[in-house]
Write a protein that binds this ligand. Sequence first.
Ligand code: NAI
Ligand code: MG
Length: 335
Amino acid sequence: MTQKITVIRGDGIGPEIMDATLHVLEVLGAGLAYEEADAGLVALEKHGELLPQATLDSIKRNGIALKSPLTTPVGEGFSSINVALRRHFDLYANVRPAKSFPNTKSRFPTGVDLITVRENTEGAYIGEGQSISEDGETALLTQKITRKGSERIVRYAFELARATGRKKVTVVHKANILKTTSGLFLKVAREVAALYPEIECNEMIVDNTCMQLVMRPEQFDIIVTTNLFGDIISDLCAGLVGGLGLAPGANIGKDAAIFEAVHGSAPDIAGKGIANPCALLLGAAQMLDHIGQPQNAERLRKAIVATLEAKDSLTPDLGGTGNTMSFAQAIASRV
Ligand code: NAI
Ligand code: MG
């Protein structure tokens, strides 16, 4: 049966990188059917809302979405459409691979191949208990960590290690200071780790982790951590391997999953046809893995690496003179 996915073309450079990505998927022969749905500014203009019910229904129906970046209008009282989507579908695992690629302006052109697994629903992001005193002198924030939330994310990390043949999971925490929240996360992580004796597990405090990532990133394989630490660490990792144009992310829940680029809608280059499509393409590769097409995922990743190696039609952010479509065609010719 043909797998149907929801396609959200998004704002800014979104439609350009989505066209490029769908072209490569077509050549790859992934055999997907697409259901287009609107979100973001485009949806606001067409339907009067940023996240229409029809879009939520489409994702619910198909269970899989490939999403371009969305512009969140400033001062509309809507914190983030992405956060709203994650919450609505309980997409508890944010999975962000960071891998060295050739011919990028990276500090680590080789040696980095790690995945950050970030808890995506609790911690400092619950949006509860935020208050500021009447005199404006004292601000409070409530963080929430649960056994259920910790257990499912750590399990996800170990299952991912098992499924991908990775050897080590590093549990990143700050339990020495945040004794209750990070303490509970660490306690549960140790319990879960004991169920996977074949996979090495180590623990690392978050500040040291940041230094270690910059000094010796090759020591990491899979990192699992709570929401805020994962947010920061995964951006740090994207920076290690050459920045936003190459960083994909998956948001995975029990009943739905959304695959995307980590970067935003890049209004400064929108409409110029020069956006780098690789981040969304790598997001599409994560999607292919997820829907049971690991061979196609691997073909796609190899074609991206080969195109970077050949410096064929690279976009300006990678120092080339190509454009979004010529880059995508160069990749498609190598799948
Ligand atoms: P941005 O990621 O859109 O842009 C930052 C810089 O990176 C810009 O100079 C841009 O030109 C460049 N860039 C980003 N993607 C690129 C690509 N594929 N190829 C070449 N260059 C690229 O971040 P910014 O400017 O902070 O945000 C713009 C809008 O995007 C905002 O409305 C923000 O809310 C939204 N956003 C949406 C996200 C999502 O939907 N997942 C994530 C981050 C931001
Ligand atoms: Mg972030």
